[in-house]
Design a protein around this ligand. Structure first.
Ligand code: GLP
Length: 259
């Protein structure tokens, strides 16, 4: 595992964009897992900028699979993961939407949708690289506490703390408006990726980040289960990392000099 501590959230996003760009240049047909959220969005903005400045960078040959979608939400809903990805990345680079996949939260048969999504990831050879954000309670995708390393794409129920975080006014204005369920890629699928990238920035993510490294990994903090992965890169800023001891997190690289 490597932990990369960047001076601030923008630098962390740049570092994440660097890693994604490098992998895309090395393998243009990359199978990429992607998350939504404010934190990865900064890295997507940076990737779009680089797409316009680096002529070698192309998204034409990659395939993407998003980690989750809200149940009941169609792709035209501005609050859906599909809409978010289209407007933050997919429609801003040389991608056709056919290369991009987000589970359909409005599917008639959600169980079948999950099965088909999982099978399609497998048919594409699994994920090369997956980009994840961190939920306040340690969730990744929408693998809430209690999720196991054997979990696959499925329908899940949100915890009260996730509903509270989602209804902060930015995407959902109140608890009543906030969905209570999602379809999420499972931890087994994520753990099968060749490289896992997790980004967490800001003081609000400090506790969740610490819990990844505190004690033994377990389903109470789903992100801690990624520690067993041979290529797990955690990119954070100093606010999120404050107080984290090297002994807790294993390898620490302070990326300050990299900029
Ligand atoms: C949601 C998403 C996650 C994301 C998390 C953190 O829960 N399902 O994929 O990682 O939010 O989002 P943010 O970066 O906005 O804090």
């Amino acid at each position: 595992m490597s932990l990369v501590v960047c001076p601030d959230a923008n630098m962390a996003a740049m570092y994440l964009a660097d890693l994604i760009e490098k992998e895309l240049l090395a393998k243009p047909s990359l199978v990429l897992g992607l998350a939504t959220g404010r934190t990865p969005a900064l890295a997507y903005d940076e990737l779009v900028r680089r797409y316009h400045t680096n002529q070698r960078l192309t998204f034409r040959f990659c395939t993407t699979f998003n980690t989750d979608e809200f149940v009941g939400m169609g792709p035209r809903d501005p609050r859906s993961a599909r809409f978010f990805m289209n407007t933050h990345l997919f429609k801003l680079v040389d991608m056709s939407l056919e290369q991009t996949h987000v589970p359909r939260g409005d599917a008639h048969d959600l169980e079948q949708e999950c099965k088909a999504y999982e099978a399609f990831i497998k048919a594409n050879g699994g994920l090369d690289l997956v980009v994840l954000g961190l939920g306040h309670n340690g969730h990744i995708g929408f693998n809430e506490p209690g999720s196991t390393v054997k979990s696959r794409t499925r329908q899940v129920e949100f915890t009260a703390s996730t509903i509270a975080a989602l209804s902060d006014g930015e995407r959902f204005r109140s608890v009543d408006e906030t969905p209570t369920q999602a379809l999420t890629m499972g931890l087994a699928t994520i753990l099968e990726a060749k490289h896992i990238l997790l980004i967490a920035t800001g003081i609000g993510k400090r506790q969740a980040l610490h819990r990844i490294f505190d004690g033994r990994p377990g389903p109470a903090v789903p992100a801690s289960l990624l520690r067993s992965h041979p290529r797990f890169t955690v990119v954070v800023d100093q606010d999120a990392a404050s107080g984290l001891k090297d002994s807790e997190s294993g390898t620490t690289y302070v990326a300050r000099d990299a900029f």
